[in-house]
Every structure is written in C-alpha cells, then in structure tokens.
Design a protein. Structure first.
Length: 342
C-alpha cells in the first residue's frame, strides 16, 4: 500500500515538537545485489541537498563521471501532482536550463533553472515519479537516488550507502581507483566520528530548524555547538576530522559546514556563531573546497535558493537573504600546520 506523500517537514513528533528523520527505504547494494557496470546507473541529485552532494563529491573524486550519469533538479520545490488539488505534496522537480523560472510553492519569487540538468533517462518531471515507478511505499521522495537503467528502478536512496559503493564497488571502472575515502586502517575512527557528527551536526541543524517547540530546539542547538566546538579542537591537532587523510567523514562534515553561514545561521536559527568565526573550521572548509572534486558538488545559488524558497511554512514570501561573502574560496594555510608527508 502506498503511503501518503510527505516531506521532511512532516517528520515531527507532534507531542514533543522534535524533528525525527526517517530512514531511507531503498537499500540494494551495487557489487552484491546488482553488478557494477559502466553506463548502467544514473545519479539524481540536488545541489541544495547535503546528503546528495556528498555522493556527487565522491563520484567526482573517484573519476566516475563517464560511468555514471547525473541529473540535477531545480532548487525550488514544486507541487508534484499539479493536476490533483487534493494532493498538496511539494518536492524535487526537474527543469532544463532554458525553462522559465519557477515560483515558490506559495507563488512568490522568480528562480531561474541555472545549472539544472533534466532527467535524460526516464524523461520524468518529478523525483516522485521515480519512486512511483519503483513501487515505493514510503511516501518520502528524497535525493540522492541511484537509478538502475537495466531494471528501471531505484537501487538505493541512502547517501551513506551510495558513497561507500562509489568508493569501493565501482573501483573497476573508476578513473581514480587509488582514492580511498574509507580506508581499512581508519574505518573504526571514521565510524566513530560519523556516530556523533550525523545526529548532532548533519541532522542537528535540521533538528534546530524544523523544531516546533522551544525545548527540542534548544537541546539540538546545544548539541550542535558542542560538537562544532569538538570539531574545532580536533582540527587544531590533526588535518582531517578522522585522522591525517581525507575520508568520507570529511565529506559528511563539509556539506553541513559549507551551508552553515549562508543558510543555517539565519534559516535554522543556528546563531551562536558562524563557521568563519572558528579559525580551524574556517581553514578546514577552505582546504576541502580547494579540492576540485569537492568543489564540483558546491553550488551556492542552488543551496540558498532551495532552503529559502521551498518551505512556505518557514519563509512564506521566499525572500533569499543577500548573505555572506564566499570566504571559503580564499586560500587556506593548513599545509603550514600539517605538512604533507613526502
């Protein structure tokens, strides 16, 4: 039975007012359940979504661009059943670069489809269509989506799984198989870091922003900044968050940090301080942004436009703040503190 369509804004505990993100539902594994083959898979992402962008960054770092196609949705959600007045679900929508601008779901603003890439595989208009083609029963139509063109269905929609599959299962067709962001000797530390970064930072900003009562907001706020302070201390002693090598833990953390000053400080009320006011985190973000494969997955227009235009409940008139300067594009000096081994 198909569940009622919903978005993350509906994942609230009505009694406590706390945001409770539900788990992903499509969890097949490339290399185990289906083979890794060039040209067989397609990745659907939003530049606005941090979970999707960690997948795109991994794809780019591994050199999988020619083996796996990518489509990019418009940053502003739209009604996904526009001809059904009883269905009010809004979600990810495809657009071509020459399509007319979108308005917000509340009918405000004008947001052009800059850097959008339509669905060249199925020719659908909404990510929701991909889920319905795959007999989805969850009712939550998220990105990323890893699509199997052979079975014509979703393989996996859990970003953590997709990152690890790109890192390992696709090595036979990757241009840079030597890059390993989940190395054996750091797995324990990576998993340990992920265990506290995900709930308190990656998901922590959403727990702040989507809370509907003061107490869960303040709890999430406290945990968020305790963990950011922890990151600041760690990155004063070692180059990366799980050691002295770039790993998936850095890709996870970076996607939240790059959105923090332009969006989360204002939109999600995460306003104790900005990331650029934390010296080690600021320098760390600059270093990661300087890596081409990671920068490939950063589009500030999409990031700001998505958050500030897609949730009428939080920003009815879809006003996009002018925001901060792009300090992350400036040079870092972490080579001086943590010299690269020869």
């Amino acid at each position: 039975m198909t569940a009622k369509a919903r978005s993350a804004l509906e994942e609230m505990d009505s009694k406590s007012g706390a945001f409770q993100r539900k788990e992903s539902t499509f969890r097949k594994w490339v290399g185990k359940d289906v083979p890794a083959e060039a040209g067989r898979y397609h990745l659907y992402i939003s530049y606005g979504c941090p979970w999707a962008c960690r997948c795109l960054a991994t794809l780019s770092l591994k050199g999988l661009e020619e083996a796996i196609g990518v489509s990019v949705v418009h940053p502003t959600w739209q009604k996904t059943k526009p001809d059904d007045p009883s269905d009010e679900h809004c979600g990810w929508t495809f657009a071509a670069p020459d399509d007319p601008p979108f308005q917000s779901p509340s009918g405000h603003g004008s947001f052009p489809p800059i850097d959008c890439v339509p669905d060249t595989v199925n020719g659908v208009r909404f990510v929701r269509d991909l889920y319905e083609m795959s007999d989805d029963t969850s009712g939550k139509y998220t990105v990323p989506v890893l699509w199997d063109k052979q079975t014509n269905s979703i393989v996996n929609n859990e970003s953590a799984d997709i990152v690890r599959m790109f890192n390992d299962a696709f090595n036979g067709i990757a241009k840079k198989p030597e890059i390993d962001i989940y190395p054996e000797h750091l797995k324990k530390e990576i998993d340990s870091v992920n265990e506290w970064v995900y709930p308190t930072i990656n998901n922590g900003v959403y727990r702040c922003g989507f809370a509907t009562k003061q107490e869960p907001y303040e709890e999430a706020f406290s945990q968020l900044f305790e963990s950011l302070d922890r990151c600041e201390a760690i990155l004063g002693k070692q180059r990366y968050i799980a050691g002295n090598e770039l790993t998936e833990a850095d890709l996870r953390l970076f996607q939240t940090l790059i959105r923090f000053d332009p969006v989360y400080v204002v939109y999600f009320k995460c306003n104790r301080n900005s990331i650029h006011e934390m010296p080690n985190l600021k320098n760390y973000v600059r270093e990661l942004y300087a890596i081409p494969g990671i920068a490939r997955a950063v589009n500030i227009y999409h990031i700001k436009t998505h958050y500030f235009t897609s949730h009428p409940r939080l920003n009815y008139y879809a006003i996009v703040p002018k925001g901060t300067t792009e300090w992350w594009t400036e040079p870092h000096d972490r080579d001086q503190k943590f010299p690269v081994a020869k």
